[in-house]
Design a protein around this ligand. Structure first.
Ligand code: IMP
Ligand code: MG
Length: 181
């Protein structure tokens, strides 16, 4: 897709690449500690958490199992349509496993609420949530984030896997998107 002159573009950097690296290392260490003696299954939520999952799984520094699940709620804009869909299911059974869902960002909380209910019907041994970003001011559903990277204000952000209309995922940092309604 061509980039137009009036398109929203990444502006102020909210979280730098070194800050992300340091925090991901801490989250990995916390998971390694909390899951000592177990081999958790990290479930990355596509596509936004792809980059975070890849870094986090290595930061844990111990064997983990990996899978991905695809969810969609956003259309081309920046506000959730409020309807969450499963766009790609897991490849493995999670029954009896210690599952850690890896999300890019918790905004209203509806996506996690949908996913949590869905996964619980499959009888994991345990279910935890690790989110790189927690946009706390926008919360509509009561969500407990077990491992949170950064709490951020009500701004639409891109980079490090997060997109707007499919773009800006490859930025190494988290930036506020300028020029969005
Ligand atoms: P929720 O259902 O409102 O919690 O929204 C969660 C999903 O919306 C995330 O997994 C993201 O895919 C997307 N999202 C929410 N806020 C942002 C943002 O600031 N930038 C990019 N994607 C976002
Ligand atoms: Mg997401």
């Amino acid at each position: 897709m061509a980039v137009g002159a009036g398109d929203p573009r990444p502006g102020r950097i909210l979280v730098t690449a070194p800050e992300i690296t340091a925090r991901v290392a801490e989250l990995g260490q916390a998971i390694r500690h909390d899951y000592a003696g177990r081999e958790p299954l990290l479930v990355g939520v596509l596509k936004g958490a792809l980059v975070f999952t890849a870094d986090l799984m290595r930061a844990v520094g111990r064997p983990v199992e990996i899978d991905f699940i695809g969810l969609g709620s956003y259309g081309p804009g920046t506000r959730s349509a409020g309807v969450v869909r499963l766009t790609a299911d897991l490849g493995v059974s999670i029954e009896g496993k210690d599952v850690i869902v890896v999300e890019d960002i918790i905004d209203t909380g509806h996506t996690w609420d949908f996913l949590r209910r869905n996964l619980l019907t499959r009888h994991p041994a345990s279910l935890a949530l690790c989110a790189l970003l927690d946009k706390l001011p926008r919360r509509q559903v009561d969500v407990r984030v077990d491992y949170a990277g950064f709490v951020i204000p009500d701004e639409f952000v891109v980079g490090y896997g997060l997109d707007h209309g499919g773009r800006h995922r490859t930025l190494p940092h988290i930036a506020v998107l300028d020029g969005v309604a």
